[in-house]
Design a protein. Structure first.
Length: 366
């Protein structure tokens, strides 16, 4: 398997220019510039934007299903802290990365043709039995089998993507399985004021208490070099939507990945959730999501914060919170019309496309 990677004060050793960290910067008045002027790889006229999406679970899947509609140069960087269900069982038994969120990302990148939709259903299929295979997902077993055969996380995921005809690439954020730990106030209802350490992504996601902060074990996990490289080469980096403490923030806790996010010349959009998540973010306003993000990564700068217009009761407060990151707020209808707090891929794609055109560069991408 891919081993520990070198620490990334080291970005230069991956063959990339290492600009100084930028900190917060305002979005207004920044004209779009060709990638050549921003220090990235030369781009052909009319080339599609290089986009990297970070997250995990259903939130990342929603973002990928939208982004694959507007660019063919798409990379997903996926959290690897899942410890529940089929992924948790495989992780415990074989000592592998949890494959579940990687599988979901691959399924989201499948095309809308018969081939893509057939394979999306196959890898998402879960066995139902009274034996050891019960609730294991086909895609999880396929991914782990290729990891064992090839001994390389990235090569195996690229091969699965090729088999599926995936419209993009899927990478783990780290090459080692990670444990998510959280400081939670009131995790025990009988001790509502006490702060306890809660271990495991599945437990954190369902805590009845108030999450104060999260961290990873090990505390200094290695980033996958290809993920770092993708962020440095991107035109746009998309963070969120998704479970805030267990899928979005963990990317900011991998030192090499956070370094890349602060040093990249790419523009960065944060996509907010449509509603607070029971347990993790119960009662959170949109601006509070930004506040906890800033506490975990105070040097992170953003260009755009995207939110559904119907999910923002206080636009002024959200605008003020976004300004602390140097970001503008874009409101757009991105929710499904069935009343569920889920993103509509077509509407989300339209919102991303508009943002890329308005804030990205002069002239259309294609």
């Amino acid at each position: 398997m891919t081993g520990r990677t070198p620490r990334l004060s080291r970005l230069g050793r991956l063959g990339r220019a290492v600009p100084e960290g930028r900190g917060s910067r305002p979005v207004e008045g920044r004209a779009g510039r060709p990638v050549e002027a921003r220090g990235g790889k030369p781009r052909r006229r009319g080339a599609q934007p290089r986009v990297v999406a970070l997250g995990g679970g259903m939130g990342l899947s929603a973002s990928l299903a939208a982004l694959r509609r507007i660019t063919g140069a798409l990379t997903a960087v996926v959290t690897v802290a899942d410890d529940g269900g089929s992924s948790g069982r495989l992780r415990d038994e074989l000592g592998v990365l949890p494959p579940g969120d990687l599988r979901k990302a691959l399924a989201a990148l499948c095309g809308d043709d018969d081939w893509g939709q057939t394979w999306a259903r196959v890898i998402q299929h879960r066995f139902q039995s009274k034996g050891e295979l019960h609730e294991h997902a086909v895609g999880n077993l396929l991914i782990v089998a290729l990891w064992e055969q090839l001994g390389d996380h990235v090569q195996a995921l690229d091969l699965v993507g090729k088999l599926l005809g995936a419209h993009g690439r899927v990478l783990p954020m780290s090459a080692v399985p990670l444990e998510l730990q959280a400081l939670v106030r009131g995790h025990d209802p009988d001790r509502p004021e006490d702060v306890d350490t809660v271990r495991g992504q599945a437990t954190v996601a369902l805590t009845p208490g108030e999450v104060q902060s999260v961290h990873l074990v090990p505390a200094d996990p290695p980033a996958v070099p290809e993920a770092v490289e993708a962020v440095l080469d991107a035109d746009w980096v998309v963070l969120g939507p998704g479970s805030w403490f267990s899928s979005v923030i963990p990317h900011l806790l991998v030192p090499d990945l956070l370094d890349a996010l602060t040093q990249t010349k790419a523009r960065r959009v944060l996509s907010l959730n449509l509603a607070p998540q029971p347990g993790e973010t119960e009662g959170f306003s949109p601006q509070r999501h930004l506040e906890v993000l800033g506490r975990h990564a105070p040097k992170l700068a953003l260009d755009v914060v995207l939110a559904d217009e119907a999910a923002v009761p206080d636009r002024d407060s959200l605008t003020e919170a976004a300004k602390r990151f140097g970001a503008a707020v874009e409101l757009a209808p991105v929710a499904r019309t069935d009343g569920t707090p889920r993103h509509d891929p077509e509407l989300l794609a339209a919102a991303y496309d508009r943002i890329f055109r308005m804030h990205g560069r002069i002239g259309p991408w294609r």
